[in-house]
Design a protein around this ligand. Structure first.
Ligand code: FAD
Length: 487
């Protein structure tokens, strides 16, 4: 009889009674879990999906409902844009940050058109209209296509032909609930057994070390239930942004930021995978948003740090700005504007200081003497020629900041919200198998969505999480149903 160092694992031969059995057990019914359940069922498996909360949907249902898709989707074509899987893969390899999984990116880019059609076939609606904004995670109306990343700006634009790839599920405003409604309707149509209020807390392991089932608690029930999984268990339990202890251990900078999503993202599924021998990747990574660029005209200002120096081209996507603000500028960020670039920000950031000259503003912000003045002199001189030789901000945003009063918006972390969700998670193969530190598959265990480390490594564009969840959720479900190693 196997004994385990952690209470999270239970030897299968210690389990006196199995309450139910299936081929595939899916833990967590957000977008990743729903897609895993659908594809596992379509592959012929008997599927049980367990959801800890009283309703399925997770963070996916509360999201803006934007998916990063491309390579020539029907929506891109309908809006008159050309794109190729190669251009998309090249962009993503840079945009997903250092350590991005190139195999996953290649696979996703090659099959992105098919994935779009899969979603459309399920009834996920996309309006064939383009809105030219790069400022918002969710465009104001119900338009279908938009830019959602840094495709048009330096340095990405030099690496890949830009194309809009943000596919917005049709709805006025946030539309994650529309996406989830379509996915859950299919789960129901197929007759997948869904048990809500059932939180997976343990894994059952057989004598050969294979994951063969789960133990789950139910609200109001004293005893856990045990459900056997003949083919595999798929962990789709979301990230760990709401677990402060895990953040303190793996991503301490994120403790200063504001977790967004649902509190069910407590990292338990991820810890189950670790307990079973799985590895975790990039646990410090997060999508951190510095959403200062609403209205977009605010990009005409400059972002400076505690030294009064710039640290990024201000026209980047807001998660790139968040990353740079938190890590490069150490969370001390001001947006400097003059009278002609001033606009009331949509997010009510406080004004940190004001002055009729750079020297006055420096004093108001308590910045080192002369630094901000020097930054502004250099920036203004080149901006007058429509150039930014230091950070290469796009020329349409370049204007000298020389009309008093000068104002600084307070974008310091702590004063301003830095919303985030975690990107680190279980190491998985493209087929969704949970891998050990040696790169071997943990038999019978799969993961997808934010419980896993997926497409975005340390770089994020809006839409990449839902794409990752839905696409790799499908593959993980299929693998668990067939025991396949090939995606
Ligand atoms: C406001 C907001 C807007 C966003 N907009 C976008 C966007 O437009 N595009 C984009 O790509 N990303 C967006 N994101 C991020 C994206 O929504 C999430 O990263 C993604 O939905 C995660 O999906 P998931 O399936 O991994 O997890 P979830 O959707 O959170 O699903 C996990 C499910 O597992 C359940 N669960 C957890 N633990 C257990 C357990 N132990 N047992 C059983 N069940 C469990 C949870 O209750 C939940 O239902 C947004 C996030 C927020 C907060």
């Amino acid at each position: 009889m196997a004994r385990f160092a952690t209470d999270r694992l239970r030897s299968a031969d210690q389990i006196e009674r199995w309450d139910a059995a299936a081929d595939v057990v899916v833990a967590g019914l957000g977008s990743a879990g729903a897609c895993a359940a659908i594809e596992a069922h379509r592959a012929g498996a008997r599927v049980v999906a367990l959801e800890g909360e009283s309703e399925p949907g997770g963070t996916s249902a509360t999201s803006a409902g934007q998916l990063y898709l491309g390579g020539g989707t029907g929506l891109q074509k309908a809006c008159g844009f050309e794109d190729t899987p190669e251009a998309m893969a090249n962009y993503m390899k840079l945009a997903c940050g250092p350590g991005a999984d190139e195999e996953k990116i290649e696979l996703f880019a090659q099959r992105s058109v098919e994935h779009y059609e899969w979603l459309v076939d399920l009834g996920v609606p996309f309006k064939p209209s383009f809105v030219p904004t790069t400022e918002a995670t969710n465009p104001p109306g119900d338009d279908g296509l938009t830019y959602t990343g840094s495709e048009l700006v330096h340095p990405w634009v030099e690496h890949a032909p830009p194309a809009p790839r943000g596919h917005n599920v049709r709805c006025e405003g946030s539309s994650g609930h529309v996406l989830m409604r379509a996915l859950l309707a299919e789960v129901e149509r197929q007759g997948v057994e869904v048990r809500t209020g059932t939180k997976v807390e343990r894994l059952a392991i057989d004598g050969a070390g294979r994951v063969v089932g789960v133990g789950a608690s139910r609200a109001g029930a004293a005893e856990p239930i045990w459900i056997r999984a003949e083919g595999g268990v798929v962990l789709c339990t979301g990230g760990f942004g709401f677990n402060r202890e895990m953040l303190a251990r793996h991503a301490p900078r994120l403790l200063e930021c504001l977790p967004v999503g649902t509190p069910a993202e407590d990292g338990l599924g991820l810890r189950l995978g670790l307990a079973a021998g799985g590895d975790a990747l990039r646990m410090s990574a997060g999508c951190v948003i510095l959403g200062f660029s609403k209205p977009r005209s605010l990009v005409r200002g400059i972002l400076v740090d505690a030294r009064g120096q710039r640290f990024v081209n201000e026209d980047v996507y807001q998660a790139v700005a968040g990353d740079a603000g938190l890590y490069r500028a150490d969370g001390c960020v001001y947006l400097i504007l003059d009278a002609k670039t001033w606009a009331e920000p949509v997010v009510p950031y406080p004004i940190a200081g004001e002055g009729d000259s750079p020297a006055e503003l420096e004093r108001a912000l308590d910045l080192p003497r002369g630094n901000l003045a020097h930054t502004l002199e250099l920036y203004n001189r080149h901006a007058a020629d429509g150039e930014d030789p230091i950070f290469r901000k796009g020329s349409e945003w370049l204007v000298p900041l020389d009309e008093p009063p000068l104002r600084a918006l307070d974008l310091r972390c702590g004063t301003s919200p830095y919303p985030f969700f975690t990107l680190g998670g279980l190491r998985t193969s493209p087929a969704g198998q949970v891998l050990t530190p040696e790169g071997e598959a943990v038999a019978g265990l799969y993961a997808a969505g934010r419980a896993a480390s997926g497409l975005p490594a340390q770089g994020y564009n809006s839409g990449m999480s839902l794409s990752d969840c839905t696409f790799f959720g499908r593959l993980a479900g299929r693998s668990a149903a067939g025991g396949s190693r090939n995606p």
